[in-house]
Design a protein around this ligand. Structure first.
Ligand code: ATP
Length: 237
């Protein structure tokens, strides 16, 4: 589904991502974990072409998208749910969701209706609050809304940047459980997380990023059992 080869991202003198390579197969949940400043967001933003790459290549569904426009990449079926959610606070929940895919043809209207049903099925809380302004939702509900909006385009690959940020453990659990359901719909997930523990519990495989380099990779269960990973990222001695 996605192949990232020898990716570099520099901001002036700062080398944020230093030659990382990884791949994701169809219907996998893969997590990229690492602490603050490890280069996780830069990796994601450069895949979506929201920041320039200083080197490397990205292949999505067999197409080289290294130099494609961000909007083109979205149209090809890749969705990026950014850190910090970026919902529209003065629009209702439903209006926010409809912004994920809009247009005035009958075909688009039908598609929006269908996708709304799917999103409301995933997050019934959003359905209950569909007429409420986005800005009045709780942090967890706003995260559900950001994910829901990403799903409105029915993407093949959904990339999530720290969906657990600022949320209570119980809410993180509820939201992460839905990722398994999203995968059951046939979608592929790339999950960027500082919360390594939660991410590895639902992922198939993981990559550990440190100062812009991948230092460990493997099956999620093996990473959980790896003493080095456990002590550095899972808080287990
Ligand atoms: P966090 O979990 O804290 O968001 P991260 O792993 O996502 O961290 P990045 O946000 O990718 O890490 O940052 C990697 C490095 O690049 C950091 O040292 C950061 O300060 C730097 N950086 C990120 N964005 C910029 C920018 N626009 N200009 C300059 N430096 C940047």
């Amino acid at each position: 589904m996605l192949k990232v080869e020898d990716l570099y991202v520099n901001y002036g003198n700062i080398a944020a991502v230093q030659g990382i390579s990884f791949q994701i197969k169809e219907k996998e949940i893969v997590t990229l974990i690492g602490s603050n400043g490890a280069g996780k967001t830069s990796t994601l933003r450069s895949i979506s072409n929201l920041v320039s790459k200083s080197g490397g290549r990205v292949v999505f569904k067999g197409n080289d998208i290294t130099d494609c426009e961000a909007s083109e990449i979205v149209q090809m079926g890749m969705c990026h749910v950014p850190e910090g959610r970026h919902i529209f606070p003065y629009m209702t929940v439903e209006e926010n969701l409809k912004m994920g895919d809009f247009g005035n043809t009958k075909e688009i209207e039908d598609r929006v209706k269908e996708n709304l049903i799917q999103v409301y099925d995933l997050f019934p809380r959003l359905k209950e609050r569909r007429k409420q302004n986005g800005g009045t939702l709780s942090g967890g509900e706003q995260q559900m809304l950001a994910i829901g909006r990403g799903l409105m385009l029915n993407p093949d690959l959904i990339m999530l940047d720290e969906p657990s940020l600022g949320l209570a453990p119980i809410l993180i659990e509820q939201i992460f459980e839905q990722f398994i359901k999203i995968r059951e719909w046939g979608k592929t997930i790339l999950l960027i997380e500082q919360n390594a523990n939660m991410a590895l519990q639902i992922a198939d495989r993981g990559y550990v990023l440190e100062t812009g380099k991948i230092i460990h990779s493997g099956k999620a269960d093996d990473l959980i059992d790896d003493p080095q990973v456990a002590s550095a990222y899972l808080g287990i001695d």
